[in-house]
Design a protein around this ligand. Structure first.
Ligand code: FES
Ligand SMILES: [Fe+2]
Length: 434
């Protein structure tokens, strides 16, 4: 349980708030490269409580404050032409850096535009996600994590909206016990039909469906430790004296986790505040085996999170598709077979900002407890002018690789070594990760 003040401190992210200032020190996903295809790559976006417009000009991305500096009209309705975004009200033209290039209704020879600068933020593309930097000063370097260095054919990016605060959305990913309950399926499917779906394949070094492991071994031992990049979690499910299921997951501070999707793929997922009460998840799926079948992955996900807004088909407006008959016979939730909907319900049903003064954390929440300590410590450091976690220059960032995200069954007696061997073997056999 935490105080109301701490809950406010951690969850409020608008400009000028302590957590908002902290999150602005990191690159934040602002869109998918997929959204910037088509004849008019201009999109209104809302990020960290700010109204912005994202656009693509030639091969550069621009991210500008949305209200035109002339008289405040919405630049998201502007015309993409002549090297920038032109306001539809009086034609002022802005480039990707926010420079005003023309004020065409002003008299010939006017130098007004030399004095005009629209607020602009840098944007870079990494593995299909567009990352923006909304902070002051220099942006931190990107680490050499697998999801950023894998060749394009081996990654796939997608996103989806959740109607709740970013912190509870992140916290579901560092709560390893819930997978045995929230995502319980009473019947195992054929793992051969599991492509692109979480918790349906088989664990590494075994033929056992992960759905069976989760269902039958529902009291995991959880260990957590701090790392250079945030934290690592080990979730151990003892199958027998000889064999233990081990799941290794990670938090990339401040807002992402890296988890296994199956023996071959990992998911790196950011939880990005739109404002205080809504967030998008952005995922990069990274394959160590075959190139990713992007069309299959995309069409699976568009069914529940359709473009252009990637807002879910199931939500609190339709009780997340809850079906009591299904709950009695097929799934623990009664909310279908897409585990994203289960997680979404778990987070959204807590309320738009979870009241953490009323919660009672258990042993299985030790990852959440450690994460909140890291977050509060980083907010304190950031406010005191000290560097918080994960603000690195190029040299230090280049040392950060991996991180290993493992789902496998190994010998109980050597489980601490097993997951490292499992990671090393997957890298050796990979076309790009060795
Ligand atoms: S309000 Fe944008 S050009 Fe006048
Ligand atoms: Fe989950």
């Amino acid at each position: 349980m935490i105080s109301r003040e701490q809950n406010e401190l951690m969850t409020r992210i608008g400009p000028g708030t302590p957590a908002g200032r902290l999150l602005r020190r990191y690159w934040q996903p602002v869109g998918l490269a997929d959204e910037m295809q088509g004849p008019r790559p201009v999109k209104a976006v809302h990020l960290l409580g700010e109204d912005l417009v994202l656009f693509k000009e030639k091969n550069q991305y621009g991210l500008l404050e949305r209200h035109c500096p002339h008289r405040g009209a919405d630049l998201a309705y502007g015309r993409l032409e002549d090297g920038g975004l032109r306001c539809a009200f009086h034609g002022w033209l802005f480039d990707v850096d926010g420079r005003c290039l023309e004020t065409p209704a002003e008299p010939e020879g006017s130098r007004l535009c030399e004095h005009i600068r629209q607020r602009a933020y840098p944007v870079v593309e990494k593995s299909g996600i567009l990352f923006a930097f909304l902070g002051e000063g220099e942006a931190p370097a990107f680490p050499r994590f697998d999801c950023f260095v894998a060749p394009q054919a081996y990654t796939f990016a997608f996103k989806g909206y959740w109607d709740c605060n970013w912190l509870q959305a992140l916290e579901v990913g560092i709560d390893p016990a819930h997978a045995s309950w929230l995502h319980r399926f009473f019947v195992d499917e054929d793992p051969a039909a599991s492509y692109g779906r979480q918790f349906r394949g088989t664990s590494a070094d075994s033929g056992m469906p992960i759905s069976k492991v989760l269902r039958e071994f529902a009291r995991p031992e959880i260990r957590v430790e701090r790392t250079d990049y945030g934290m690592r979690l080990y979730t151990l499910r003892r199958i027998s004296d000889a064999h233990t299921h081990v799941r290794v997951t990670n938090v990339i501070f401040p807002q992402a986790f890296v988890i296994p999707m199956n023996a071959e793929m990992t998911i790196s997922q950011w939880h990005v505040p739109v404002d205080d009460t809504g967030c998008y998840w952005y995922s990069i799926f990274t394959s160590f085996g075959a190139p990713v079948d992007k069309e299959t992955m995309r069409s699976q996900r568009l069914k529940t999170y359709p473009a252009p807004d990637y807002k879910p088909v199931f939500s609190r407006n339709n009780s997340w598709g809850f079906n009591a008959g299904e709950q009695s016979k097929q799934t623990f939730t009664g909310m279908g077979f897409d585990i994203n909907i289960h997680d979404q319900w778990a987070c959204e049903s807590q309320g738009r900002i979870q009241d953490r003064t009323r919660e009672h954390l258990g042993t299985t929440d030790k990852g959440i407890a450690l994460y909140r300590r890291l977050l509060l410590d980083a907010i304190r450091k950031s406010e005191a002018g000290e560097p918080p976690l994960m603000i690195f220059n190029e040299e230090k960032a280049a040392e950060l690789t991996g991180p290993p995200a493992i789902d496998g069954i190994g010998p109980t007696a050597r489980v601490d070594q097993y997951w490292k061997d499992c990671d090393a073997k997957r890298r050796r056999q990979s076309a790009w990760a060795a």
